[in-house]
Design a protein around this ligand. Structure first.
Ligand code: HXC
Ligand code: NAP
Length: 261
């Protein structure tokens, strides 16, 4: 536990997290649970659900649901409410990604990532909507720097994440009057995830990337978990429609004009 938040900050809160059987989203679920929340997680694999629920302990529960399958997501949010009551926090972080040059990417490959990331995030937030506590609920989508920075071999992820962020702003507009906040986090490279290991597999690739980051470090999934707590707790009560970047300054570093010797 990071210890930077009061230990009971999320006591009595009920959180539903999509794609939380590994990586960043599992770290968010873990931090929420450590701070007293009841967590309910979904992903495609029963084995991964079982392992994550066992690791989370306490009241944690979960169910298999592919975010592309609206009915399965609806069933899961209903099961979450039946188990834990009205939903205070919903996190939509399931994603699929791989490196592929646009000219070699099939239409189905492009569509697959749009379906998981963008349509999946709509499905999760839309299905959760009737179950959200109002006023007071917080919804969070997980985006990426690819949302606003073009990247080679990432046309599918860039398009999907840009869509997620604009969807997030529209939902913040429509749901704000009911006391529901909607925000997005864009992590930079997060070192302790398999996804990042796949995208920058060699020490040389990692060094090249780190050199573009002003803080000269990859992020950690716990950095994103702490930011998620801020956004989804009372601390973030006046924040909605925001895209919060946690990237060690990579985006400002990448656009800097280098002068001098
Ligand atoms: C080109 C590819 C490909 C690749 C799949 N496809 N992998 N094209 N290069 N490496 C194409 C396939 O050829 C196929 O099109 C289409 O995509 C669907 O592939 P399936 O394998 O049938 O899809 P599915 O079983 O649904 O799996 C989805 C997946 C897979 C995205 C392809 O990798 C997955 O399940 N990923 C989940 C885990 C993950 O990716 N995590 C990373 C999270 S984010 P054709 O036309 O050939 O049939 C992360 C950090 C990113 O890593 C940070 C920035 C966003
Ligand atoms: P990860 O470890 O690959 O986790 C992805 C999670 O989503 C898993 O729990 C996976 O479980 C689940 N999932 C995948 N497809 C799904 C589907 N169709 N339906 C339901 N669940 C699905 O990913 P990560 O690297 O931690 O990334 C998490 C989020 O952060 C993503 O949105 C990613 O784009 C974003 N991000 C990551 C980084 C990074 O450096 N890692 C950087 C920027 C943004 P199953 O396989 O069991 O379904």
């Amino acid at each position: 536990m990071s210890g930077i938040y009061r230990a009971d900050l999320l006591a009595g809160k009920n959180a539903f997290l999509a794609g939380a059987t590994s990586g960043i989203n599992l770290a968010i679920a873990r931090r929420f649970a450590e701070l007293g929340a009841k967590v309910f997680i979904i992903s495609r694999s029963q084995d991964k659900i079982d392992a994550a629920v066992a690791a989370l302990g306490g009241d944690a529960a979960g169910q298999v649901a592919d975010v592309r399958d609206y009915e399965a997501v609806e069933n899961a949010v209903a099961a979450c409410e039946a188990a834990h009551g009205p939903i205070d926090i919903v996190v939509s972080g399931a994603a699929g990604n791989f490196l592929a040059p646009a000219a070699e990417l099939s239409s189905k490959g492009f569509r697959t990532v749009i379906d998981i990331d963008l349509v999946g995030s709509f499905n999760v937030l839309r299905a959760a909507y009737p179950h959200l506590r109002r006023p007071g609920a917080a919804a969070l989508t997980i985006s990426a720097l690819q949302s606003f920075m073009p990247a080679r071999q990432q046309v599918h992820a860039c398009a999907a994440k840009a869509g997620i962020d604009q969807m997030m702003r529209c939902l913040a507009l429509e749901w704000g009057p009911q006391g529901i906040r909607v925000n997005s986090i864009a992590p930079g490279p997060i070192g302790d995830t398999e996804g990042m290991a796949r995208l920058t597999p060699t020490p040389e690739a990692q060094e090249r990337l780190t050199a573009t980051i002003p803080l000269r470090r990859y992020g950690e999934s716990s950095d994103i978990a702490d930011l998620a707590v801020y956004l989804c707790s009372e601390a973030g009560r006046n924040v909605t429609g925001a895209l919060m970047v946690s990237d060690g300054g990579q985006t400002v570093g990448g656009s800097a004009i280098e002068m001098g010797q």
